[in-house]
Design a protein around this ligand. Sequence first.
Ligand code: AHM
Ligand code: MG
Length: 334
Amino acid sequence: MKAVKTLGQFIIEKQADFPYAKGELSRLLRDIGIAAKIVNREINKAGLADIIGEAGTTNIQGEGQKKLDVYANEQFIAALQSGGECCIVVSEENDEYIYIDSEISKNAKYIVAIDPLDGSSNIDVNVGVGTIFSIFRRKSVGGKATLEDVLQNGTEQIAAGYVIYGSSTMMVYTTGKGVNGFTLDPSIGEFCLSYPNMQIPADGYIYSINEGYYTHFPDGIKKYIKYCQVEDDKTRRPYTSRYTGSMVADLHRSLIKGGIFMYPITAQAPNGKLRLVYECNPMAFIVEQAGGKASNGYERILKLDVTELHQRSAIMIGSTNMVEKAEEMLACFS
Ligand code: AHM
Ligand code: MG
């Protein structure tokens, strides 16, 4: 019988990949895993506990927050605060960065960016949602970590991952040495290694974009959508279209089956909708580590300058050949 490998065991084993590691990153990842289990428990009983619906507050982007957004945000921040490895948390749900000022965190060198509940418009209808996280090492030495420590490019990430609360709950993460996926076994309350060394197929046959905004897309994107829909046996077109409204779910599918996820600029969102720090960079790191590609249509996502906490970016991400084809079509119009 094959032994189950838990997330905790795997993290400890992988610490050997970083010869000078003192276990801090491992502890940080473990803390995120624990918070994810707690959030998962609440999500699973959302309808029962009457915690779905609007929280009555708005986040910095002026979007209504769901109660579970607030709950997940508090839970992850609390886990990071009490773990002692993190000096700053930045969250999609908070206007400013949160400096962790406690005795156990005084030597903490990690910064965590988090989208605590991505795709939260799906909660009311019981469709998959997710958590996305990104981890950096602080650059400054001594004194308090600052905003400059937070505004690092995607290439500086030392780990990133997501949790998908779907038909089963999974945590997928990378520390820059490949991507591994763990499925939560509710009977033992542990994430267990289920997708070792995930590789995204270079070609895919599923495209994922909110086509409701079609008339507002740049011409290159319209051309690519038409390309996906044209019949061609050799390239197995027309492709299938799938869009859940949850980037984590749409990208998780692409990671496993191959595909492209796109959120381009639109007339309403001239810089794109998704956030570079909390959504695009961590997902780009994971997908690149799995052998895929992520760009804003012109440049590699991970190379984009990060100048603001809540900066937005267009994104096309997934199977390399699909992303390159979409880039090629955008280039026709620039
Ligand atoms: P959120 O972080 O506020 O939930 O927004 C991000 C989500 C993504 O998961 C998803 O891909 C996108 O917003 C959907 O937006 P739209 O409804 O405009 O297609
Ligand atoms: Mg989000």
